[in-house]
Write a protein that binds this ligand. Structure first.
Ligand code: ADP
Length: 678
């Protein structure tokens, strides 16, 4: 069946237009629908039909289709003045182009325009992003520049630091050199000064022939100048010692009352009988005793009293001593002299500083006294301060710990070393530097070693008479002596030659040390691990206690071995009863750790075997068990053993204490120190 569709209907339904353009895009033919829809005639250019702003796209269609086929080319043409989208297909045709365009339905066109809107939004976004990126890049550049600047200033700072370090180092060096020069020069000065003073005294002695009055005056001048110079040299020497840290502490125990008595004796001659100044010593608390460097305390006070007498023309100078807060002692020297203006309260403690005054011109002085006194006060762990009102007088307050901190620590250490701990191997440490001694004690505090500190060769000899140490650690450069001959003496003596000796000192004298028999030589400073390792290694050749573990359980033996690491105990191990008994007979250990449950024998059998053999009868046995013991078993065991230890409760501390106790009971490790403890 065929149906006839009227042409007008086709016209209405069809949305296609057919066009032919020449090479320049001028329409040379079009079908009827095109003529009607586009309201155009041949001769018009296709470009003229394009919606505003889309002309280029139409031109490009013509250009492309002139050479090849083009598909789905969207162009917007005006239909009745309204822009509508056409999808074109085109192909070359006689130098020009043939085109068929179909009108895109409006909703599709809408989406297209939406797409195009979105596209343009996207484009805008893209532009914005690009702008932001540019901005970011600009900021990044800025940051890079800033970084560069920072890096440069950092470099600058680093250079500055390095320079500062260098400066500090050279200052330290300079200070050292200065101290050395001062120390040497002062020594050189003192000898001729001694002669000058001696000769002056000789000349002034009438027994050696009378001088004329004039000569006597001249010699007296020589003498007092010599004395002033001598004082200056002494002060300089003391100061340089303080500065270079070479000052040594010589602590003694003394009562404040005796100290004040002696000071009074020294100071009284400075006050002449007709003086208008009274020297008053207040009685300190009777039970006030100090333990510090008495000579240095005296030096500070002599300085203060001399000053007070110099700058007081009438009235009194009072010296007092009393208890201060926190176990300190407070010495005060107050006078009714000229006083010191507040602006000078700081300067006077600087070297070579004197305050201008009429009195100043009349008195002797170096300007070093207070600087030195303050250093001394600080060296003793204290302070020196002044309170003063011009015209009324001054009070200098010297506060110091009643017991010098180092003394306190030393005392504690010496006391601890008096009691030998049975489980710890004694190590004799000969070292004059207290700080180093404290350090060694700290290092060894958690180890199986006990430090026996001695500071002189004599002390070391005395200690050796009562204890045989597992090892000796010694410095060879001691205060006022060296210990080279002591080293060779130890190694030359049959009784002590096998005690390992570790020499630790500041100067490289390894060859000499080794030649004299040192087993090891180290330069200071010594690290904790290094020391512990070496001592453990050296002590193995020394007097250590032998322990035997009889236990079939590898893990328990391993655990015990770990627990007793770094202790002076040497362990041997047996996994069975018979093996244990045999080892006990061969090695004669100082102590046996016996597992209660063994695969082949009971602990009772092992104990019986050990007890019947006279060689092993007295070896203490610690029963080591994870077994819940019956009352009966416990009683039987307690008879033949020292201790029963539960395996699960075993810690290093418990193990060591029990071993110590057991050894102690048999008298092992007992010596003078221990028996004193009872
Ligand atoms: P000097 O050897 O000159 O006494 P010091 O360092 O002992 O040196 O003292 C520094 C200065 O401090 C003195 O020269 C003096 O000016 C001032 N001074 C010290 N003690 C007193 C005092 N008790 N009364 C007044 N001035 C003092």
């Amino acid at each position: 069946m065929t149906t006839h569709v009227p042409a007008s209907l086709w016209q209405f339904l069809s949305r296609e237009v057919a066009l032919v353009c020449d090479a320049s895009g001028t329409l040379i033919w079009m079908d009827e629908r095109a003529a009607r829809l586009l309201e155009t005639v041949p001769g018009q250019s296709l470009r003229a039909l394009a919606a505003q702003g889309t002309e280029d796209k139409v031109d490009r269609l013509i250009t492309l289709a002139r050479d090849e086929r083009v598909e789905r080319w969207e162009a917007i043409l005006c239909v009745g003045g309204v822009p509508r989208t056409f999808a074109f297909r085109g192909a070359p045709h006689e130098g020009g182009v043939a085109l068929v365009g179909s009108l895109v339905p409006e909703d599709y066109a809408d989406s297209l325009s939406q797409v195009s809107e979105t596209m343009s939004e996207l484009a805008a976004l893209h532009r914005e992003t690009e702008r932001q990126q540019r901005e970011l890049k600009r900021r990044a550049d800025e940051l890079t520049r800033l970084n560069r600047d920072l890096e440069e200033s950092n470099r600058g700072v680093r250079t500055l630091h390095a320079e500062l370090d260098e400066k500090t180092e050279s200052l330290v060096r300079a200070a050292e050199i200065k101290s050395r020069v001062v120390a040497n020069v002062s020594h050189e000065f003192r000898t001729p000064l001694h002669s000058i003073l001696g000769l002056a005294r000789l000349l002034l002695n009438p027994a050696n022939g009378a001088l004329s009055a004039e000569q006597q005056k001249q010699v007296q001048f020589i003498r007092s100048s010599g004395e002033a110079l001598f004082e200056l040299v002494n002060d300089l020497l003391d100061l340089s010692k303080m500065e270079s840290g070479k000052a040594t502490l010589r602590p003694v125990r003394f009562s404040a009352s005796n100290f004040m008595g002696a000071l009074r004796g020294m100071m009284r001659p400075l006050v002449s009988a007709d003086s208008q100044v009274e020297l008053r010593f207040e009685e300190p608390p009777a039970d006030l005793a100090l333990e510090t460097d008495e000579a240095k305390v005296s030096q500070v006070l002599r300085n203060l009293v001399t000053n007070a007498l110099k700058f007081t023309e009438k009235g009194h100078v009072t010296i007092s001593a009393e208890r201060g807060p926190e176990d300190t002692v407070c010495f005060r020297v107050s006078d009714t002299g000229i006083g010191i203006a507040p602006e000078h309260h700081t300067h006077i403690f600087e070297e070579f500083t004197q305050v201008e005054s009429p009195v100043q011109k009349r008195v002797k002085g170096t300007g070093l006294g207070l600087a030195l006194s303050r250093r001394l006060a600080e060296f003793l762990g204290g302070s020196l301060t002044v309170q003063s009102t011009p015209g009324q007088g001054s009070t200098f307050t010297f506060t110091l710990p009643r017991v010098h901190p180092e003394v306190e620590e030393m005392l504690g250490m010496a006391e601890r070393s008096q009691q030998l701990e049975p489980g710890r191997a004694p190590v004799l440490v000969l070292e004059d530097d207290r700080q180093t001694l404290f350090l060694y004690e700290k290092y060894l505090s958690r180890s199986g070693f006990q430090v026996l500190p001695v500071r002189t060769v004599d002390e070391a000899r005395r200690t050796l008479q009562r204890v045989r140490p597992a090892a000796v650690v010694m410095d060879v450069m001691l205060e006022g002596e060296t210990s080279w001959s002591f080293l060779s003496e130890l190694k030359g003596n049959e009784a002590t030659c096998d005690i390992p000796i570790l020499v630790v000192t500041l100067m490289d004298r390894e060859q000499k040390a080794r030649a004299l028999g040192a087993d090891e030589f180290w330069l200071k400073p010594v690290g904790e691990d290094q020391l512990l390792r070496k001592l453990a290694e050296m002590a193995r050749s020394g007097p250590v206690h032998k322990l035997l573990i009889i236990d079939d359980d590898d893990v328990h033996r391993y655990l015990l071995r770990q627990l007793l690491k770094d202790t002076p105990y040497v362990l041997s191990e047996a996994a069975t009863g018979p093996e244990g008994i045999q080892l006990a007979r061969e090695q004669l250990p100082d102590l046996i750790f016996l597992d209660f449950v063994l695969p082949d024998m009971t602990a009772f059998d092992v104990l019986d075997e050990l007890k019947t053999d006279p060689r092993t009868r007295d070896i203490p046995v610690i029963i080591h068990t994870s077994h819940q013991l019956q009352e009966e078993e416990r009683r039987r065991l307690e008879k033949g053993t020292s201790t029963i230890l539960a395996k699960h409760k075993l810690s290093r501390e418990v193990a060591i204490t029990r071993i110590r106790d057991a050894l102690h009971k048999t008298g092992l490790g007992t010596d003078a120190g221990e028996s004193r403890r009872g």
